[in-house]
Write a protein that binds this ligand. Structure first.
Ligand SMILES: [Zn+2]
Length: 254
């Protein structure tokens, strides 16, 4: 019955598409939607200070806090919505608890998900961006996603999106086995050879990996740590990374 429904649905779509053949084609790299988790209504709204991360737009920031973009422009006396810069502090009035707003693209580029740690106690997308620029990585921040650990003004478990994801560019996170070209690089801030992954970081990691693997049809045996990539000689994401916990949580999602 379910299958029948699926095929009927596809049939209807085909009919619909063929009936409007003159409609403009969708650009291949435009975002086709966003993944946004539901608002946590149990938490109060409050004024917060947001530090603008690499590649963030006011539009996405206002969605992240469920506020009106004009309110943010007014509260910060911005000239326009485009006049924000990386590292700038913005007052977000009456903000809901922050949630990730992740654009999703129509592409068959992504075939693997590679998990990293920053190997630093502290950090955020902005600090890693600067670090990678100093190391000479083209385009700064080498990963597609960062999961913060509550340092450098970011929330514990906060998901930050790198400009490489927005632009759908190759990563600079794992040269082995061609993973820069076909692997989505997710970096958790912390050094998991010494420290624990926080509960909120694990929650966010499982949410992000589950959402990406479903959207891009990535099989579970193509989800791995940096050190598990053939040819990569590294202990990243750390000797104490809780793989058992990660897999049991990911497997409990359907
Ligand atoms: Zn790594």
């Amino acid at each position: 019955m379910k299958l029948l429904f699926k095929y009927s649905f596809i049939f209807v779509c085909v009919l619909f598409l063929s009936s409007c053949a003159s409609a403009p084609l969708k650009p291949p790299l435009g975002a086709i939607g966003q993944a946004i988790p539901p608002l946590d209504m149990s938490m109060p709204r409050q004024d917060v200070i947001h530090i603008v991360g690499p590649g963030e737009t006011l539009w996405r920031i206002s969605k992240m806090y469920d506020v009106n973009i004009d309110e943010v422009i007014k509260a910060n006396r911005l000239e326009s919505a485009t006049k924000i810069t990386m590292g700038q502090e913005l007052l977000i009035p009456n903000a809901a608890p922050i949630r990730p707003v992740i654009p999703l693209y129509e592409t068959d580029k992504w075939k693997y998900i590679i998990i990293h740690h920053s190997a630093t106690d502290q950090g955020n997308a902005f600090s890693l961006y600067q670090l990678h620029l100093r190391r000479g990585f083209w385009n700064g921040l080498g990963y597609q996603f960062i999961i913060d650990n509550g340092t450098f003004g970011k929330g514990d478990g906060q998901i930050e999106i790198s400009p490489r994801w927005i632009k759908q560019q190759d990563g600079a996170h794992c040269r082995a086995a061609g993973m820069n070209e076909q692997g989505i690089g997710i970096c958790l801030v912390g050094n998991f050879s010494k420290e624990q992954v926080s509960e909120k970081q694990m929650e966010s990691l499982v949410y992000l990996v589950d959402m990406l693997r479903k959207h891009y049809n990535i099989p579970k045996d193509r989800i791995m740590g940096h050190g598990q990539v053939p040819g990569a000689a590294t202990e990243c994401p750390g000797l104490r990374f809780p793989w058992e916990e990660f897999w049991s949580r990911l497997n409990s999602k359907e």
